[in-house]
Each structure stands twice: as structure tokens, then as C-alpha cells.
Design a protein around this ligand. Structure first.
Ligand SMILES: [Zn+2]
Length: 257
């Protein structure tokens, strides 16, 4: 019976101990549960936050845009830098598209066509040969004791005589000065040209003419021994004749003098 007491005792002692243990265990379970709940709560909160902000969708779009922008940038770089090996500029441009998901920076980077390439420059007015293909029969200089103040161009009679440069007709016709039917054009740049011994003139005083325009036809009027064009260049003022050969040569016209 005595032996029962301890058992009884043990039982009575053990019971609250077990209860205490169970209590402690359940307390721990509560704690674990609370932590789990807290975790769930956090997870729930984050899930809500993700759902509310629609973050996963935005990320996917931005990534897609970014990859497209990067691809566009790579393509752009390849077209711009294909002839030369990638230099330090290539590494500098790679950081550009990653900074912004927008595709606009790459569109800005597209090289614009150079305005100089498309711009058509207005053709500069040029001098022309007054009688292209003609034989030069006499140059500027002393001849038989007098100054031959021009160059003689020989072609069959009636060949058109052309204005060497644009200007205003200052003289047209025969005034009895030995030049026969002649035309003087004032170019308005300090120079005048004189075309003599024509058979006829096609222009009149005060008329504006362009370079290469027909002034008259080759003849042998005035003090002339045969059909030819006597061509003069006057510098600064009328009848201040200079050698036409270097003058024409400086303006791209070659004459055999
Ligand atoms: Zn002459």
C-alpha cells in the first residue's frame, strides 16, 4: 500500500507536471502559430501590395521595353560604327538605354542626315569661251609696230559669237571706229568685253545678256582682212585693254596664246 502512495504521489505530481509540459508545449505552438500568422500576414500584405501596384505586369513591360531599346541601340550602333572597330564610345552608349525603359533615347540617337549633303549649292556663274573650238590667229601684243589689243578667233563666217560672261550691253553696232559691227558688254565687276568685226548683232544697248548668249555672228566688218572675231577685255574702264589670255585662263578658259 505504501508503494501505492509514491505512485499516487507520483501520479499527483506527474499530472500537473505533464499539464505544465503540455501548457508549455501549447504555448510554444501558439508562439509558432503567431510567427506563422505573422509570416502569412506579411506574405499576404506583400501579395496585396504586389496585386495593388500591379508590379509584376509593370516589371514585365519595362523589361520588354528595355530589351527592345537595348536591341535597337545595338542595331543603331552597328550601323553607325560598322566601318570602324568599337571604340570607347561603344561602352559609353551601352549604359544609356538601361537607365530608362522608354524607347525615346534610342530614337534620339538615330543619326540625322547631314544638311550639307542634301543642300544643293547654287552654281557659281562661270565664264565661257566666246567662240569655242576656234583657231587663234593672233594674240594680244605688238604687231607691225602697233599694239594688237585683243585675240583673234577664226571660224567660218556666220559662226555665233557668245558673251564670255553675263552683263549689260554698252555698245552694239558700227560707229566707224574700225571695229566694224561690234558689241561691248559691261559685266559690272570692273571688266568689259568687246566683240568686233561681226556681220550682224543680235543685241541692243542696255540689254541684259547671260554668259554664252549669242551677241552676233562672225564677220569681217571694219578694218579686217577676213572673217574672224576680234575679242578684247577692258579693265576698269572702256578702252583700257588688257591681255585676254591670262584673264581667261584664270577663269578656266584655255586659249593658245
Ligand atoms: Zn584682232
Amino acid at each position: 500500500m505504501q508503494e501505492d502512495t509514491p505512485t499516487q504521489n507520483e501520479k499527483t505530481v506527474a499530472a500537473p507536471a505533464r499539464h505544465r509540459l503540455r501548457k508549455r508545449r501549447s504555448g510554444r505552438a501558439l508562439l509558432v502559430g503567431a510567427v506563422a500568422l505573422a509570416g502569412l500576414g506579411l506574405a499576404g500584405a506583400s501579395a496585396v501590395a504586389l496585386d495593388r501596384d500591379d508590379a509584376p505586369a509593370t516589371t514585365a513591360v519595362s523589361l520588354d521595353a528595355q530589351s527592345r531599346a537595348e536591341a535597337a541601340a545595338r542595331a543603331d550602333r552597328s550601323t553607325r560604327e560598322s566601318p570602324t572597330p568599337a571604340g570607347p564610345s561603344a561602352s559609353a552608349t551601352t549604359t544609356g538605354p538601361a537607365a530608362s525603359p522608354s524607347a525615346t533615347p534610342t530614337r534620339k540617337a538615330t543619326p540625322k542626315p547631314k544638311p550639307t549633303a542634301t543642300r544643293t549649292a547654287k552654281p557659281k556663274p562661270s565664264w565661257v569661251n566666246p567662240m569655242k573650238g576656234a583657231q587663234i590667229t593672233s594674240c594680244y601684243g605688238q604687231r607691225w609696230g602697233t599694239l594688237h589689243a585683243g585675240i583673234d578667233f577664226a571660224m567660218p563666217a556666220g559662226t555665233p559669237v557668245r558673251a564670255a560672261f553675263g552683263g549689260t550691253v554698252e555698245k552694239a553696232g558700227d560707229v566707224g571706229d574700225g571695229y566694224g559691227i561690234s558689241v561691248v558688254v559691261n559685266h559690272g565687276n570692273g571688266y568689259l568685253t568687246h566683240y568686233a568685226h561681226l556681220s550682224t548683232t543680235k543685241v541692243s544697248v542696255g540689254e541684259k545678256v547671260g554668259a554664252g548668249e549669242t551677241l552676233g555672228l562672225e564677220g569681217s566688218t571694219g578694218d579686217s582682212t577676213g572673217p574672224h572675231l576680234h575679242f578684247e577685255v577692258h579693265q576698269g574702264q572702256l578702252w583700257n585693254q588688257i591681255d585676254p589670255a591670262p584673264f581667261l585662263r584664270a577663269r578656266g578658259i584655255t586659249v593658245a596664246c
